[in-house]
Design a binder for this molecule. Structure first.
Ligand SMILES: NC(=O)c1ccc[n+]([C@@H]2O[C@H](COP(=O)([O-])OP(=O)(O)OC[C@H]3O[C@@H](n4cnc5c(N)ncnc54)[C@H](OP(=O)(O)O)[C@@H]3O)[C@@H](O)[C@H]2O)c1
Length: 199
């Protein structure tokens, strides 16, 4: 199973750091190309490689963490998704104004899914601040909780297995329409809930 990351900012780097900690390989990309990522990849560790956006998008699991307004450009012109898994770590709000985006009553992940036709979208890794996501998930005598939601059971099971392998405790929230809304920011009740599963 290969992993690609599109977006090397706060959340893309935090995710890459959790992968590196677990010794899992991934290709990380941004808008400026691999040369701009060499130092970051070196800092993250030997399992994380700098890549182009297209290379990252060819992975079995593609993690996307890009500013909401830039997502259409970031997802444009990529190879056909053909059922590959895309993890939506995005929130429909942006600095510096933090003005909620009009989503027409849909979950933000449903709107995001329109940008990756044919992909199996799982929403995850979006409910905690990047600095917390990057830290060791084994905390306070337990494992930090991550939520995930999606419409494809097999894709969700693969992301759930990755979440567990990284040392987090995963909680399945159901479909994108129901569960995605619970975990989305702004609007859902779960963002920034730093929960730890004991035992
Ligand atoms: N920061 C948090 O604590 C946090 C928490 C939960 C969720 N989120 C969500 O995660 C997403 C990313 O947030 P962030 O804080 O990581 O943002 P960020 O630090 O500003 O990083 C955004 C990344 O997106 C990349 N990007 C922009 N346009 C692109 C394109 N056309 N192709 C490829 N990459 C492109 C940028 O690449 P360049 O550097 O080359 O421009 C940058 O690496 C947002 O949707 C945000 O709402 C953030």
């Amino acid at each position: 199973m290969t992993i690609g990351i599109i977006g090397s900012g706060a959340i893309g780097t935090a995710f890459a750091r959790t992968l590196a900690r677990a010794g899992i390989e991934a290709a990380i990309s941004n808008s400026r190309g691999p040369d701009s990522l060499r130092d970051l990849a070196r800092d993250l560790g030997p399992t994380i490689k700098a890549a182009t956006r297209e290379e990252a998008a060819r992975a079995d699991i593609v993690f996307v963490a890009v500013n909401w307004a830039k997502l259409p450009a970031a997802m444009a012109g990529l190879p056909d998704w053909k059922g590959r898994i895309v993890i939506d770590a995005n929130n429909a709000i942006e600095a510096p104004l933090f003005k909620p985006v009009e989503l027409g009553g849909r979950a933000s992940s449903e709107v995001f899914a329109d940008l990756v036709p044919g992909a199996r979208v799982v929403k995850a890794f979006n409910h905690l601040r990047a600095e917390l996501l990057a830290t060791d998930p084994r905390a306070d005598g337990g494992r930090r909780v991550l939520f995930y939601s999606g419409n494809d059971a097999v894709a969700k099971a693969e992301v759930a297995a990755l979440i567990e392998r990284l040392g987090f405790a995963g909680i399945d929230l159901g479909s994108l329409a129901m569960g995605g809304k619970l975990a989305q920011f702004p609007g859902g009740p779960l963002p920034n809930q730093n929960l730890v599963k004991l035992g």
